[in-house]
Design a protein around this ligand. Structure first.
Ligand SMILES: C[S@@+](CC[C@H](N)C(=O)[O-])C[C@H]1O[C@@H](n2cnc3c(N)ncnc32)[C@H](O)[C@@H]1O
Length: 289
């Protein structure tokens, strides 16, 4: 029998249930989301986080997106942004998150309140007491470096295009990544795991051991539920490049006799002061790269 989330959710080293939330991604998602080809019509599984992986997926034509997160508060962020995209104009959305005098301004979202779930009402009203401690960064508003990198907010046209394809509700599963394979009920073309890997198996002394553990305990189970041409993006490394990761992965594969289905690509960095970020993925078929 499948365990209920409450019985197995444990904090990782940096993340926990009802902890501070991300309002936006810190990755260059558009740099890798369609690197393996067209994702239109595809099923996608992604970490929930701010919802940005899901929003970008729908904008690129995904058929269905399932999300999961160890922090159930991310569900509120995803619900809030979904209502906003459906019912508010682009300039209000941008002001609410990126203008310091309007940041989290209740006036902007007041007309949407009748649509809010009870959890979202509680989350939004707790801003009065918790203030910026609710969020993963301390600046006066959401950091704007990401606007250029996110297709759905880098133009009004894209924001409206997303509105036309976004469902009223994004599926969210409150669970630890260690259990996500139990809930995969479709064949997915793309799985996006952000940089969760960075926080897993920290008790192991070296990174090669951690990749081996992650591969055996998590990637192998997920792989059963991806399409033949599917990819699991399992680590996002800022300020890094594919060449050094590929050397390290080759060493790890040899040492632990892992199948040769792990590789890295370089993409333009999400941050202006780095040249590239590396994204590391697993794939199913030896033929598809
Ligand atoms: C690793 S964080 C980093 C932010 C991310 N790079 C982004 O662009 O949003 C992304 C999300 O992973 C979730 N997370 C961390 N560890 C997890 C785990 N073991 N299982 C499920 N979700 C986890 C966090 O709660 C957070 O919302």
């Amino acid at each position: 029998m499948t365990k209920q989330p409450e019985t197995f959710i444990e904090p990782t080293y940096a993340f926990q249930d009802k902890g501070a939330v991300y309002l936006f991604t810190n990755e260059n998602i558009s740099g890798y989301i369609d690197r393996s080809g067209d994702i239109s019509g595809a099923n996608i599984l992604t970490v929930g986080a701010s919802g940005d992986h899901a929003f970008e997926s729908y904008l690129m034509g995904a058929k269905h997106v399932d999300t999961f997160d160890i922090n159930s508060w991310q569900k509120n962020v995803i619900e809030l942004k979904t209502h906003m995209i459906h019912h508010l104009k682009y300039s209000d959305f941008m002001d609410f998150f990126f203008e310091k005098q309007n940041f989290f301004g209740t006036k902007i979202i007041e007309p949407l309140k009748p649509l809010f779930s009870d959890d979202l009402k509680t989350f939004v009203s707790s801003y009065n007491t918790n203030n910026k401690q609710m969020f993963k960064y301390l600046g006066p508003c959401a950091p704007d470096f990401i606007i250029d990198r996110l297709r759905y907010i880098n133009s009004e046209q894209n924001y409206e295009a997303l509105r036309n394809v976004l469902p009223d509700k994004i599926e969210f599963r409150h669970c630890n990544i260690t259990h996500i394979a139990n809930y995969m009920d479709k064949e997915y073309k793309l799985v996006m795991l952000s940089n969760i890997f960075e926080y897993m198996y920290r008790f192991l002394s070296t990174n090669d051991r951690r990749v081996n553990e992650f591969s055996n305990n998590i990637l192998d189970n997920i792989e059963e539920h991806i399409t033949q041409d599917g990819r699991i993006y399992f680590h996002y490394a800022w300020g890094s490049n594919a060449a050094s990761w590929n050397n390290f992965l080759a060493f790890t594969q040899q040492r632990f006799n892992l199948p040769k289905n792990l590789t890295a690509i370089s993409i333009p960095s999400a941050f202006k002061n780095n040249k590239t970020d590396a994204v590391i993925y697993a794939f199913k078929s030896q033929n598809i790269k």
